[in-house]
Ligand binder design. Structure first.
Ligand code: ADP
Ligand code: MG
Length: 374
């Protein structure tokens, strides 16, 4: 029997949802036109921005773009509804030992952070997830739920759960049984949704945000919230391990649009490198390629076990309805459309007690190999 028992396997493809945010008051005051229509909770129609008009009937239908997704959410949809439709169905799987991930993709200002972190009044997917996990198994003494919150910025991993940020101190290791793991990261055994909301809000403020020509608070980093759920069977001592990664990706807009230069350009290159690597991994997985270039960036190395193989993946593509964001919105919809083709095979991760011996043997072999390379 293999060391990570694939007790249950199922082929499923990445599930893709699109969320269109409402126009902001300042957009409305500045006569920005809403060119995004969500229909039947699956269809997204992007109207021709050239003839921007609030009157749908006056649009040139031959120029509109239509896309169908697993789910599509209109601007009235609340964060709680987004959670219930996208992430809640994954909670049972995590408790059974599957790895799951939820990505928020989209350009700056499209609503990624609102969706994943949210506000005090409207907590995002991350808080709702922990709330739901606790509601289902928080009082079970055999279950341990541990969270961490990190940032990938310029290909450097930073600990958002630590007050001093611990830049550069996080080490990414590949564990043959449990997958990529971070050494030195601050881990939280959160007891309530308020605790988690505090961690997320404080951590989010520690994220590296620098002014760019496009948006003064544009987020140039990827934020990853990971929840590890271990369930120990008292009789057999076997442990089921499920990991959920919730990712607020950096803005997907092209670096050229933000008139970046110098340091900003370097950041742009790195952000693109991580997003590019993510796109390449998505393409490789979608085409059934044997080789998936996970090692091409920190983000894809970190999420190696959250994308292919033992994993269920959900992408929430965020878009702005503004006619000024037409190009970005179209790019996001095309990217999300490509992601629909990924088929992944999810298998349950069950670790037998003697796996630890095997695990250490592998780890030692890995270290020897690394030492040899150095
Ligand atoms: P991103 O993280 O993609 O750059 P944000 O999440 O910061 O974008 O959203 C940009 C602005 O729009 C914020 O002020 C946010 O509060 C607001 N916003 C985004 N999505 C929604 C929504 N669904 N409902 C209400 N306001 C939203
Ligand atoms: Mg953001």
């Amino acid at each position: 029997m293999s060391s990570t028992g694939a007790c249950e396997e199922e082929a499923s493809r990445i599930s893709v949802a699109v969320r269109c945010r409402p126009l902001s008051n300042s957009e409305k005051n500045n006569e920005v036109v809403d060119i995004c229509r969500v229909m039947d909770q699956r269809l997204v129609i992007l109207l021709d921005p050239g003839a921007a008009s609030t009157d749908y009937l006056r649009h040139d239908k031959s120029k509109e773009k239509r896309f169908a997704f697993d789910q599509a959410f209109d601007p009235e949809t609340s964060n709680q509804q987004i959670f219930q439709a996208t992430t809640q169905p994954l909670i049972g799987s995590i408790l059974q030992g599957f790895n799951c991930s939820v990505f928020a993709y989209g350009s700056t200002g499209a609503g990624k952070t609102f969706t994943m972190i949210g506000t005090q009044q409207s907590p995002g997917v991350m808080s709702h997830t922990v709330d739901s996990l606790f509601a289902q198994s928080g009082s079970d003494p055999c279950v341990s739920i541990v969270c961490c919150f990190i940032e990938v910025y310029n290909e450097v991993l930073r600990d958002l759960g630590s007050k001093d940020g611990r830049e550069g101190m996080l080490d990414l290791r590949e564990d043959p049984v449990t997958g990529p793991s971070l050494t030195g990261v601050t881990e939280f055994q959160a007891q309530s949704v308020e605790d988690v909301m505090k961690l997320l809000q404080e951590g989010n403020q520690r994220r590296t945000t620098e002014p760019t020509a496009m948006n003064v608070t544009s987020s140039r980093s990827h934020a990853v919230f990971q929840v590890r759920v271990e369930r120990r069977d008292l009789r057999s001592e076997a442990v089921t391990l499920g990991k959920l990664s919730l990712i607020d990706l950096a803005g997907s807009e092209r670096a050229s649009q933000t008139h970046n230069s110098g340091m900003r350009l370097l950041e742009g290159a790195n952000i693109n490198r991580s997003l590019l690597a993510l796109g390449n991994c998505i393409n490789a997985l979608a085409s059934g390629s044997v080789f998936v270039p996970f090692r091409d960036s920190k983000l894809t190395r970190l999420l190696k076990d959250s994308l292919g193989g033992n994993c269920r993946t959900m992408m929430i593509a965020n878009v702005s309805p503004s006619h000024l964001s037409y190009e970005d919105t179209l790019n996001t919809l095309k990217y999300a459309n490509r992601a629909k083709n990924i088929r992944v095979s999810a298998s349950q991760q069950l670790i037998q007690p003697d796996d630890h011996v095997r695990q250490y043997t592998h780890a030692i072999a890995d270290l020897r190999q690394e030492a040899a390379i150095l």
